[in-house]
Design a protein around this ligand. Structure first.
Ligand SMILES: [Zn+2]
Length: 121
């Protein structure tokens, strides 16, 4: 069945009704057929996990894409059923980036320490 979304309360309502059964808002101005953009939760989650496992730049992609898509879902322009996966992918992406940065800082410190030791002796 075709479904619309209430412009007032955001809940799903049957297409073609003039009034929202949930909040009673008049829906004359609502679009006739609400078309939702499919979510990219699976892809974002895959990027986030790949970012954690091997390549941190994919974590950045998951983070940025997840942020954008969650904003689209909040605005009602994207399929919200993928919000859990999108959120999980975004978190994986953030963790991947943080681990990457921490790893880089530790490497630089170890390198600096390694070059400093001969001079201390
Ligand atoms: Zn409503």
């Amino acid at each position: 069945m075709e479904q619309n979304q209430c412009t007032s309360c955001g809940r799903a309502i049957p297409a073609g009704v003039a009034q929202c059964p949930h909040c009673g808002a008049t829906l004359a101005a609502a679009p006739p057929a609400y078309s939702s953009v499919p979510h990219r939760g699976g892809m974002i989650l895959a990027f986030g996990i790949l970012g954690l496992i091997c390549c941190a730049p994919l974590g950045i992609v998951a983070w940025v894409m997840g942020n954008g898509d969650l904003a689209e879902m909040a605005a009602g322009r994207m399929d919200r059923t993928g919000s859990g996966m999108t959120q999980a992918g975004k978190i994986c992406g953030i963790v991947a980036v943080v681990l990457w940065v921490v790893g880089a800082v530790i490497s630089i410190m170890l390198f600096a320490l390694g070059t400093a030791i001969p001079f201390m002796e």
